[in-house]
Ligand binder design. Structure first.
Ligand SMILES: C[S@@+](CC[C@H](N)C(=O)[O-])C[C@H]1O[C@@H](n2cnc3c(N)ncnc32)[C@H](O)[C@@H]1O
Length: 376
């Protein structure tokens, strides 16, 4: 496939069902650079694994460009998985990749791993550990990112798991780190981190990619101060659950409530399940991997707890929060309540009124606001 054909393939890719906007693309220069660099490492019988593909550019680009017949893929986000599926269907490449969680099935026998570098060092460490642990002894990891989002800390993490790490020259503001000679890793994997939180009296479990790790976020702490004022729900939802702190604390507080924790991130889902189990709440908290509760029935919850995200990938974008308000409005039963905590400068209250219904400020500290919105 020529460079022109690759651009034509990229041009057909869609971000859906993720938020679409003029400044947001389904591919970037890192995808292009990773695919070009991969050509130098491919063997006729190469087993290729793609990790962190955003919307399918890397997976479909590999299948279209390189003569590789099949690719194993790991993506954290529900939306990324759905977008890859849609884009693969549209390109007639369905069935030529298999999705896997991060682990042995994904990596066993692999000799070339293409990675879109994640945001956090913890997520990179979990990936690097898995590659060193499960991939072939001669595996090469090509880890690419936008230069502005890369740090020397990333090299240090890779050097812990590979004895040769070589940064390549940057091109079009992207750079590849080539990691070779995986070190032998033994003992327990470093993730999930399991930590007792004495302030909350619970144990938190965190995979590398999860928001705030095993620490309590200060916005979440503020929202938890309002547990006593929240209604006793039959069906409560922790929307964007991360490690499942809100679900766990609410379930402990309201012994009669059924609680669903849901997040778009597979790492969050695995973390929340582990947190619920670690606190003896595995039976009462169910955890669902989903985008903005798309699989939930309308009117099925009477309480939703939300500490919304304000990032979409690397860009700050209010759309991520607004999408969850809209989803909450759909899933709440009439009279149901959405409790939200947010940085006060975001001034979400008019949007909450518009999407959900009458919204009152329950509290405000120097940084955060907590609101209660009632579904009309
Ligand atoms: C600010 S964090 C809060 C995490 C956790 N509730 C806490 O308080 O520690 C926001 C969470 O929302 C999740 N999220 C963002 N967009 C989402 C979407 N469309 N559907 C489901 N979860 C989403 C993120 O993955 C992240 O875990």
């Amino acid at each position: 496939m020529t460079a022109w054909e690759l651009e034509a393939l990229f041009g057909t890719l869609s971000r859906l069902p993720d938020v679409e906007a003029d400044n947001l693309r389904a591919y970037d220069a890192t995808d292009r650079l990773l695919l070009e660099t991969a050509e130098g490492y491919l063997r006729p019988d190469s087993q290729v694994v793609v990790i962190g593909d955003r919307y399918g550019a890397l997976t479909l680009g590999t299948l279209a460009c390189t003569g590789v017949g099949h690719v194993r893929v790991n993506q954290d986000l529900f939306t990324g998985r759905a977008a890859l599926q849609r884009n693969a269907d549209a390109a007639g490449m369905d069935g030529r990749y298999t999705p896997h969680e991060l682990g042995r099935e994904l990596l066993q026998g692999a000799d070339l791993i293409l990675l879109q570098l994640p945001k956090s060092l913890a997520e990179l460490e979990e990936i690097a550990d898995a590659v060193a642990r499960f991939a072939g002894p001669d595996a090469v990891l090509l880890a690419g990112g936008r230069v502005k989002h890369m740090s020397v800390g990333m090299n240090a993490v890779l050097e812990k798991y590979f004895s040769a790490v070589q940064p390549q020259l940057a091109r079009q503001k992207s750079r590849i780190l080539v990691a070779k000679n995986p070190r032998t890793v033994s003992g327990e994997p470093p993730f999930p981190v399991v930590e007792a939180n004495p302030e909350l009296g619970i144990t938190l479990c965190a995979h590398g990619a999860v928001f705030s790790g095993a620490r309590l976020d200060i916005g979440t702490r503020y929202l938890l101060g309002f547990l006593d004022r929240m209604p006793a729900a039959r069906q409560a939802v922790d929307l964007g659950c991360g490690t499942g702190i809100l679900a766990t604390m609410y379930a402990r507080h309201q012994a009669g409530a059924r609680v669903i924790a849901t997040d778009q991130s597979a790492a969050a889902v695995a973390s929340a399940m582990a947190t619920a189990a670690a606190n003896g709440l595995g039976e009462r908290i169910s955890v669902i991997h989903d985008d903005a509760m798309s699989s939930f029935e309308a009117g099925s919850a009477d309480l939703i707890l939300l500490n919304p995200p304000f990032h979409l990938g690397a860009s700050v974008h209010a759309g991520a929060g607004l999408k969850l308000f809209e989803a909450a409005a759909r899933v709440l039963a009439p009279g149901g309540e959405l409790w939200t905590v947010y940085n006060s400068h975001l001034q979400y209250r008019p949007a909450l009124e518009r999407y959900v219904g009458p919204t009152v400020e329950e509290g405000r500290n120097p940084k955060f606001t907590v609101t209660r919105s009632r579904k009309a």
